[in-house]
Design a protein around this ligand. Sequence first.
Ligand code: IVH
Length: 665
Amino acid sequence: MSGQIARQIEELRNQLREHDYLYYVLSQPKISDKEYDDLLRRLLELENRYPQYRTDDSPTVRVSGGILEGFKTVEHRQKMLSLDNTYSFDELRDWESRVRKVSGAGEVEYVVEPKIDGLSANLGYRDGKLEVGATRGDGEKGEDVTLNVKKIRPIPLVLRGRDVPAYIEIRGEVYMERDDFERLNRQRQKQGEVLFANPRNAASGSLKLLDSALVAQRNLNFFAHSLGYHEGVDIKSQWDYLQRLRGWGVRVNPLSRVCRDIKAVIDYCASIQERRDTLTYEIDGMVVKVNDMRRQQALGSTAKSPRWAVAYKFPARQATTQVLKIRLNVGRTGVITPSAELKPVECSGVTIKAATLHNFDEIERLGVREGDRVLIERAGDVIPKIVKVVEHGSGRAPQVPRTCPVCKGRVVKEKEQDVACRCINPSCPAQLARGLLHFASRQAMNIEGMGESVVEQIVSLHMVKSIAGVFGLTSQDLSRLELFKEKKTGNLLSAIEKSKSAPLSRLIYGLGIRHVGEKAAMVLARRFGTLGALASARTQDLESIPEIGPVIAGSIVDFFSQPQTREIIRELKQYGVNLSEARVKTRVNGFTGKKVVFTGELSGFTRAQAEEQVRASGGYAVSNVSKETDYVVAGEHPGSKAQKARDMGITIIDEKQFVHMLEGA
Ligand code: IVH
């Protein structure tokens, strides 16, 4: 029995390691994230049940916790050197001539790799097993971050293959992808935490967290790039080393190249420099390394850096200039975004005149005011950002506006989705265009012919003041629009007329109330019957509907409490737009008053149709199983909801029983 469990555990571990290799090294995953997680969960369950089989190189270590009080110091078995920098191709050529002179060779072959903007780590593997992970520190000794390093998915806990060395120090860069960095900062902003200035600081801060369970959530990444102390293996060149690393299942940068002479080196550096912004991670230059290891040894090192390698740094993308004015822009969703107008300055070959400031929290964080001298940086994005204030001027600190700079409507400060400040006036011209497009869209009022170009023109020509204004458009108005032929005018007018009788649910959806999607709109239309009734619903009325949570309820009440909304309703009524739901008599059957959850696929209904059937029976279609759920309808390939229902003892029915009950049987 126990042998069988041990085998099962080993088999799962091997499978997971193989999938890590396919995913991180070969970039050819064979299974979905969900399938991977399922394998990992099965392994976790077995290890929890049979703790005697736990090991510290099991893939489950990636998800386990561990709190440290501080980091111990570890000595690197071979010193971790730094790199000398060059800042132009001329300087790079000078370095290369010295290399050739010292080597006494005609041409020297190089390996050229991106210089990843992260922090270096030294990984010690004994007999293929990760034994220690350390930061660079002072080059001789670093901090022991083994527990944290084990949380970095692309770092294998065990090397693959039979030819693993007796001992090897694999060195590389721990870094964070741009997307993960942005996501982390958004989350930190929401929680009121200090933001990281760049992905490198985020990676470094994350690797030094004392709670290693948190490290696992940070999505740190890794590329191996250099070799430290090693025994039991003979490596002939840097290129040979990179290939061996791949074979051992260690991730190396796919943009590494062998270049046969300095011309090829420079061409390659230039081509990556052009593409640097298209990469998913930040690089600050290229590293050029003599390929042949014997030649490397002959060249040797200074106290600080090797003579056989050099960094070619890309031109700085920072510059200092003065903030002339802080402007407020109202986006199409009503979000008010401050931006800085700058005294024009050159920055890596481009003239910069403006910088984004994101939101008012960012202004506060930077402490920036009009007249300040600031350090700006172009980092991938077209619009540069302000890194910090270098010197304060005499300007005042900008305030969060109380009214919208465009329409003077009310402004609310919201924390969710990192939006600090939003104009909520639905008739604000900045938002009107977007609102109109949504109102006219196929899922809403379905006004054919009212696309982007038409909407933009009618807003900029002030033909409408709110979405209701659409119904007041005349053929004379439309004839003023560019590219608008008579036939089209007629078509659009009749599409507008036809939309007046759209079902109430579509109208509610079309109003563009935040968080109210098609499904919620259907529920609301059915429940309240008229737009007037919905408009005067109180929070508690709304929250008593199972499909409507507090966020949606709050948003609805907010929307209808605005005078502009009241005006829109009045106009809609005046234009004869349908404001009530055709009364459908509720069928009474086994679902009346019951809460029903669907899982899996039904053959005779789409999910939306099935849910509509439940609502038409006076029941509630809800998405999550809880103890209040009355029925779970399980179709083909049911998900975890069916299991949960089984565990909770909730009645599960299949499609046949569902149809049967609908028919009142
Ligand atoms: S080789 C002895 N290769 O740059 C040479 N370093 O400024 C060791 N870095 O400390 C470094 N990408 O952390 C090498 N492809 C790469 C690199 C790289 C980033 C970092 C590394 C090093 C720093 C020197």
